[in-house]
Design a protein around this ligand. Sequence first.
Ligand code: NI
Length: 256
Amino acid sequence: MRIFDTHAHYDDRAFTEDMDELLRDMHEKGVERLVNIGCSMDSSKKIAEMVKEYDFLYGTVGVHPDDVDNLTEQDMQMLIDLSKQDKILAIGEIGLDYHYDGIDKDNQKRWFVEQLNVAKQEKLPVVIHSRDAAKDTLDIMKAEHTGTTGGVIHCFSYGVEMAREYLNMGYYIGVGGVVTFKNGRKLKEVVEYTPLDRIVLETDAPYLAPVPFRGKRNCSIYLQYVAEEIAAIKNVPVEQVYEMTFENAEKMYHLH
Ligand code: NI
C-alpha cells in the first residue's frame, strides 16, 4: 500500500502539538506523498518553508475564497515568487464559496480569476475549492482556464452532471472522507460515474475524517477507509485504488 494524499492542511492549529511525529509516523506506514495546501498568504508562506523539512512533503500556494478580503496586487506578486520554489506544485486552494451569507461574490470572483491567471502564467495546475457556487465556478473555469494546466476539483460536492463537465475539461475529481458518510450518496454516485484514472485521494485534514473517525481530527493514514469505500463502489481490489490514485496524483501535479 502506498498512499498519495493530494490535499491536507498540516499547518493547521490542530497539528501544532504533534505534527512532526505524526508526519514521520504516517510516512513510515505508507503515506508516501503528501501535499499541504495553501489557503491564505500566511499559510502559503509557511508551507514554502515546511516542504524543505520533509522529502515526502510538497505544497501549493493560494488564497481560499474565505480569505480574499484584504488581498492586494502585491500579494499576487508574492504568490508568483513562492510558486517558483522547488516542491511547490500548484496554485490553490482557490475558487468560490457561497455557503455563508454576507460574502462579496464579486470580490471572490475577482481573486479567483487573478489566481487562475497566476497558474496559467506559471504553468501550474490548480486546486479548486467550490461550495454552493456550481454555476459561477464552472462559468469562470470555462472562460479562464479550460484545461490549460489541469488540476483538481477538490472535495467534490456536486452531482454527476457537474462531474461530467469537469472531466470533459480534463480535471481530476478529489474524493475524501465524505464518500464514507451515510449521507454521502451524491459523492458515491460521482465515484461510480468517474473513471478510476480520474480520481485522486485527499483528506482535507484536519477536517472531514472518514467513518469510523467522523468528527475527529483527520489525518492522511485514514485514507485507507476512503480507498476501501472507492474499491467497494467500483468493485475492484483496494490495491488497484491505491496504485491508480497514486499515478493520477503524480500526473495531476506534474511529478513525472
Ligand atoms: Ni482544504
